[in-house]
Design a protein. Sequence first.
Length: 427
Amino acid sequence: MEGYLIGLVSLVVTFFFIIGVPIFLIIGLWVVGVSLAVDFTLSNLSVTLFDGLYFFGLLALPLFILTGDLISAAGIANRLVDFAYAALGWIRGGLAMSALGACGLFAAISGSNSATTATIGGIMHPAMVKNGYDTRFAAATVAAGGTVGIIIPPSIIFIVYGFIMQLPIGELFVAGIIPGLMMVIAMQLVCYIFSKKNNWGHVIKFSPKNVAKTAVLAWLGFLAIAIVIWGIYSGAFSPTEAAGVTTGFCLLAGVFITREIKIKELPKILMRSGQITGMLAPLIAISIVMQQVLSQLGAKAFITDMVTSLGGYYPVLFACMLIVLLAGTILESLPNTIILAPILGPIALSVGVDPIHFAVIFLVGDAIGFITPPYGLNLYVASGITGIPYLKLLAYSMPYLISLIIVWILVALVPDFSLFLLSGVGF
């Protein structure tokens, strides 16, 4: 009887998912419905929801989200874009490549995929269309560029992963640097090939003087990146404290240096950041409850037995990667991480995969899910800011998707891409 009730609940929530009900409500409805079906106590629900968010490290989540909004409002993001274009605009497809480079620079401060796509896309998409790029290719480019938002440190999702798996967040940040840069370079190569083939974009003359000038104007962005990197990797402050310091710096820079943030605009900026946090925090809490319910139902044991039965390092590793990729096609990175990381992490560890290395593998796969249909959150964000229908972006995002999967496989096969820098900074 329990099996039929669980099946019925799952069928109902699947229908709600198809018609577009928010994922938080879908997971919450499933958790409550299954708890009632199998006589789990609902009093555990409220306790777990509270305990799931009762962690100091998670304070970095709203702070880095706010940092992203402040960077945009203060004009710092525009200055980083100008520098990237001055450095790459002399290459065919240079403006689109600079958009990808700007995504990497913005990610090094904000730590969010969707924020990176929305901010850089809002700046760069109109410029790329005006510069002669196909409007769909331009939108797909900023959507793909946003995927590095959770890989290049600081990263919101690395914080969540470290919290769940009890791994040092500073080490996770260091491990994400090289894979994040590889992702940017791979996408820039794709961008160059397609731009050259279609003769997209206007090439500008390379000017060392202009590069130096835009670099000077972008000093606030570089200083914000330096604060995060120096503070965390020197041990001067924790990732959470780094988020607070960076937020304060960007606020002061926007109010007193660039003067593009007006005091009267602060409530609006805070409200926008609060709305995003208000969507993510409950999702973390309810996903932890879902993880408990799945464990009680035996899902963890089932997946563990199925994957470990494959035997061997590489069969298990690639099976875990396949599960992450498939889950990423229908789930956002946050519930995907919270639900699957506690299951797949120990499986990978059991065959000898370094936990830091597997964290990077897992989260690069998570990031790829941002441009993987049918979910592809970044494609929806790009569609929203450009007005181009989601389905029209898919064809132009596929080359980027393929390049990211190649990078993902390389990261999985070569642990030093993730672990090399750890010895260099003393971990």
